[in-house]
Ligand binder design. Structure first.
Ligand code: TYM
Length: 342
C-alpha cells in the first residue's frame, strides 16, 4: 500500500439477498455513514453476488430497493457517497472475468464462505458461488479502492483481493497499478460491531439464514419484537463481570455487551463499568431500550423510503453514472495492460 500513489478511496457493498439485520448495520452500514465524511466513498448493492444463489426476480427487485433504502436510512448521503447497484456498472463484470484468469483455483479452494454456503452438496452449487470472491475483488479494484469497511466474516475475501491485486501487478509488470486494499473491520472501540453473534448461540454469527427467528434482530423489527428477542436471548446464570477479561468463555454475555458497546459508541469496559455486578434481569431491558432507540428511527425512515421506489431509482441511476465515470477508464487501462486491442 505504501508505494501506491493513487487517491484514498473507500468501497463496500451488501448483497441484495434479504432484509438487513443488526450485524449488517454494525459491521457495515454504521461504518459507511461515518466514513463518508472522511474519504471519497462508493457503496453499492451487490445484486450480481445475490444471484449466486437462486433469487425470485420480483423479490430481487424489491430487496434491491430495500437495501438502497437501508443505506439512506442509516445515514449514508447520496450527495456525499456514490450509491449504486452493481449490475448497472458493467466494468465490474469485465474486470471480474480478467481476474478469473489471474486468481488460482487453489486460492478459491481455501475460501471458507463457499464451503459454508455450498454445504455438503457442492456439486450442485452455482459456478458463480465459487468465483464469488473474484467478483468481490473486481468490485473493489475497479475503483482502485484502498479501504473496505466490512464485518470480520469478510476478512478472507479481502485477503484474496489483495492477492489478486498483487499477482496482477506482478504478472503484468504494472508495479503499484492496483493498491492492496485494506479491510476496515474493527469498530471505533476495540472489536465492537466487527462480529455480532446469534442471540441463540454466542458462537455462531448473526445471520439472516438462521433457522431460529429469535436469533436475529432485523432493521425492520418493531419495538415489541426487538424487546422479545432480547428477553429470550440465551445467557448464563452469572452476573456481568466488572472487567472485559471476565467475559472470556462467556460468548453470549460477551455478545450482548458488545452490541451495547457498539450501539452506545463506547467500549466493553465502559459498559461493564456501568453494569458490572448486575444480572441479565437488569441488563437485558437496558439493552432492549438502547437497540429500540437506535433502530426505530432507521426502521421508520426505511419504511418511508421504500414506499418511494421512484426516488430510490433516481439515486441509484445517478450513482451508477458517477461510478462508471471512475471505473470505465480504469478498466480501459487494464485491457491495455493485458494486451487487448482497443
Ligand atoms: P453481506 O451482504 O453478507 O454482508 C454485508 C456486510 O455485513 C457484514 N456482516 C456482519 N458484520 C458483523 N456481524 C455480523 N453478524 C455480520 N453479518 C454480516 C459483512 O461483513 C458485510 O460487511 N461479500 C459481501 C458483499 C460484497 C462486498 C464486495 C463487500 C460484495 N462485493 C466488495 C465489500 C467489498 C457480503 O457478503 O456481504
Amino acid at each position: 500500500m505504501s508505494e501506491y500513489q493513487g487517491p484514498t478511496r473507500v468501497l463496500s457493498g451488501v448483497q441484495t439477498s434479504g432484509k438487513l439485520h443488526l450485524g449488517n448495520y454494525l459491521g457495515a452500514l454504521k461504518k459507511f455513514a461515518a466514513l463518508q465524511h472522511e474519504m471519497e466513498c462508493f457503496f453499492f448493492l451487490a445484486d450480481m453476488h445475490a444471484i449466486t444463489v437462486w433469487q425470485e426476480p420480483e423479490a430481487l427487485r424489491a430487496q434491491t430497493y430495500n437495501i438502497a433504502a437501508s443505506y439512506l436510512a442509516a445515514g449514508v448521503d447520496p450527495k456525499t457517497a456514490v450509491i449504486f447497484h452493481q449490475s448497472a456498472v458493467r466494468a465490474h463484470a469485465e474486470l471480474a472475468w480478467i481476474f478469473n484468469c489471474v486468481a488460482r483455483l487453489g486460492w478459491l479452494d481455501r475460501m471458507t464462505q463457499f464451503k459454508d454456503k455450498a454445504g455438503k452438496d457442492k456439486e450442485r452449487a452455482s459456478v458463480g458461488l465459487y468465483t464469488y470472491p473474484v467478483l468481490q475483488a473486481a468490485d473493489i479494484l475497479v475503483y482502485k479502492a484502498t479501504h473496505v469497511p466490512v464485518g470480520e466474516d469478510q476478512k478472507q475475501h479481502l485477503e484474496l483481493s489483495r492477492d489478486i491485486a498483487a499477482k496482477f501487478n506482478h504478472d503484468f509488470g504494472a508495479e503499484h497499478f492496483f493498491p492492496l486494499p485494506e479491510p476496515l473491520i474493527k469498530g471505533q472501540f476495540g472489536n465492537s460491531g466487527a462480529r455480532i453473534m446469534s442471540l441463540r448461540d454466542g458462537t455462531s454469527k448473526m445471520s439472516k439464514s438462521d433457522p431460529s427467528e429469535n436469533a436475529c434482530i432485523f432493521l425492520k423489527d418493531d419495538a415489541d419484537t426487538i424487546a422479545r428477542k432480547i428477553k429470550k436471548a440465551k445467557t448464563d446464570p452469572e452476573p456481568l463481570p466488572s472487567e472485559p477479561e471476565g467475559l472470556d468463555g462467556r460468548p453470549e454475555a460477551a455478545n450482548l455487551v458488545g452490541i451495547y458497546a457498539a450501539l452506545s459508541g463506547g467500549g466493553d469496559a465502559d459498559v461493564l463499568a456501568e453494569f458490572g455486578g448486575q444480572g441479565f434481569g437488569v441488563f437485558k431491558p437496558a439493552l432492549a431500550e438502547l437497540v429500540v432507540d437506535k433502530i426505530a428511527p432507521i426502521s421508520a425512515e426505511l419504511n418511508r423510503l421504500e414506499a418511494d421506489p421512484g426516488y430510490l431509482h433516481g439515486v441509484l441511476s445517478d450513482g451508477a453514472a458517477r461510478a462508471a465515470a471512475i471505473a470505465d477508464p480504469i478498466v480501459r487501462d487494464v485491457k491495455k495492460i493485458v494486451g487487448f486491442l482497443s
